[in-house]
Design a protein around this ligand. Structure first.
Ligand code: ATP
Ligand code: MG
Length: 215
């Protein structure tokens, strides 16, 4: 994790939470844009353990999702990956992610939680949502196919939420999984190393359960 800044400022750390099943260029562009716009020292990608919103579908083993995220972010010196969520047992709640990360930085950090428009709209349904905004600023990224509902926005604390327009990438992990299952390419939708990782471990293939159970 980042060292204190040489200029003595508190580190500014972006938090990109996600299932990353698999991680794709939509995630990476969002993280990169927010890093630049907000002058972040680091963006930490946090693969979820068991995402509580996705309890109804099988999710690839946490270790696969973690490793794909490491591969995808390895070349960017400002990107890191954290295991806080996958090493915590039980379903993943963002409030725990933010508490654990804050503690990992000794409390002395400004956190920016990066989320796509679709996830931003759900925040008011998340556990302890009022405390979420005390622990982090929220940065909502535009995402093709998900218009941000202005009514939702007015219900969020205005001083703790910023919407940023990022170059539109209509990529989703769901679409990547479907493509692999159909034998269609995911080249250029996900980083090359992730294409190779998916093939090597035969993730998302139609002829087997596309997932390996967690734990
Ligand atoms: P799935 O289809 O399995 O839900 P996903 O593509 O939505 O996968 P997630 O891991 O659910 O990926 O997303 C993690 C975070 O990244 C969420 O906040 C989501 O809104 C955001 N995100 C995902 N894809 C994009 C994209 N193309 N542009 C902007 N934000 C995105
Ligand atoms: Mg999603």
């Amino acid at each position: 994790m980042t060292l204190p800044r040489e200029d003595g400022h508190r580190p500014r750390v972006g938090v990109m939470g996600g299932t990353f099943d698999p991680v794709h260029h939509g995630h990476l562009v969002a993280a990169s844009e927010v890093q630049a716009w907000f002058g972040l020292d680091e963006v930490v990608f946090v693969p979820t353990g068991r995402p509580w919103q996705k309890a109804d579908r099988e999710v690839s083993a946490a270790e696969h999702r973690y490793l794909m995220t490491v591969i995808a972010t390895a070349s960017n010196p400002r990107f890191t990956v954290s295991r806080v969520d996958i090493d915590r047992s039980g379903p993943t709640y963002t409030i725990d992610t933010l508490r654990d990360l804050r503690e990992a930085y000794g409390g002395d950090v400004d956190l920016f939680f990066i989320t796509g428009a679709d996830a931003l709209e759900q925040i008011l349904t998340w556990r302890d949502h009022s405390e979420l905004f005390e622990l982090a600023e929220f940065v909502g990224c535009t995402r093709p196919g998900h218009d941000i509902d202005t009514r939702t926005l007015t219900e969020l604390p205005q001083d703790r939420v910023t919407i940023v327009e990022i170059p539109a990438l209509a990529i989703s992990s769901t679409d990547c999984r479907t493509r692999v299952a159909r034998g269609e390419p995911v080249w250029y939708l996900v980083p090359d190393g992730v294409v190779q990782y998916i093939a090597k471990h035969r993730l998302y293939a139609a002829d087997r359960a596309a997932t390996i159970h967690d734990g």
